[in-house]
Design a protein. Structure first.
Length: 229
């Protein structure tokens, strides 16, 4: 059975700090913020601070990025881009975000031809893409990039991947240079050096171990499982 967690911060506590239309959607789904979400708010999520969020799977990391993105878009400050490592994950996020926020903002998926400029994305608010696709858009000097104010980097531990890591590192470096006023929210469940990585991002580290279901470790042998204490 999952450990019972008492959340101090409720969604109503941030009602005045987020757009009313966003609050209406969120309050219909949740009452309490999860521990990582509460820590992110305290660390400056709603004030535009850069954050590196390192918490277990299903602990609520994605919503942190969603809140930052929707707040920027609905307050007319600028677009948001959501960077993922895989096309399948990009499609999953696109369907999730469009289903939840499609009546409030224009959500686009950009994972196709890396030689395409995709000028049509100028008309969209939240753009989900892979690192490789975003790298191509930057190299093509896509004009709408300059209107981005929130950058969400999902699975940021991919920086350590020998195949995708260099591309991700390059685009993060470029974006930090050309979008100096953009808020960066980096998300991961597995980072060995979160404080060091947060310093590189110029971000505050949000670290939490809470998970909705307890993780048990054990040894399976001869049809039986012996769990560790």
């Amino acid at each position: 059975m999952a450990e019972k967690i008492i959340c101090i911060m409720r969604i109503d506590d941030i009602k005045e700090k987020i757009p009313q239309s966003l609050y209406t959607i969120l309050s219909g789904e949740i009452a309490d913020l999860r521990p990582a979400q509460e820590k992110a708010v305290i660390a400056g999520l709603l004030e535009g601070k850069n954050l590196l969020v390192c918490t277990p799977t299903a602990s609520g990391k994605t919503l942190i990025g969603e809140i930052a993105s929707l707040k920027s878009i609905l307050e007319k400050r600028g677009k948001a881009i959501y960077i993922v490592p895989l096309k399948a994950l990009a499609s999953e996020k696109f369907n999730d975000f469009k289903g939840r926020y499609g009546k409030l903002i224009r959500v686009a998926l950009s994972i196709g031809d890396i030689d395409s400029v995709d000028n049509y994305l100028e008309e969209y608010d939240l753009i989900i893409c892979t690192a490789e696709k975003l790298d191509s858009l930057i190299r093509h000097h896509t004009p709408w990039i300059n209107s981005v104010r929130v950058i969400i980097i999902d699975e940021v531990h991919m920086l350590n991947d020998t195949h995708r890591g260099p591309t991700l590192e390059i685009i993060i470096t470029i974006l930090r240079e050309i979008l100096r006023n953009a808020q960066i929210i980096a998300l991961s469940a597995t980072i060995g050096n979160p404080e060091e990585l947060a310093e590189w991002f110029g971000a505050r580290a949000v670290i939490d171990e809470w998970r909705p279901v307890n993780l048990l470790k054990g040894l399976y042998f001869n049809g039986e499982i012996e769990f560790k204490d």
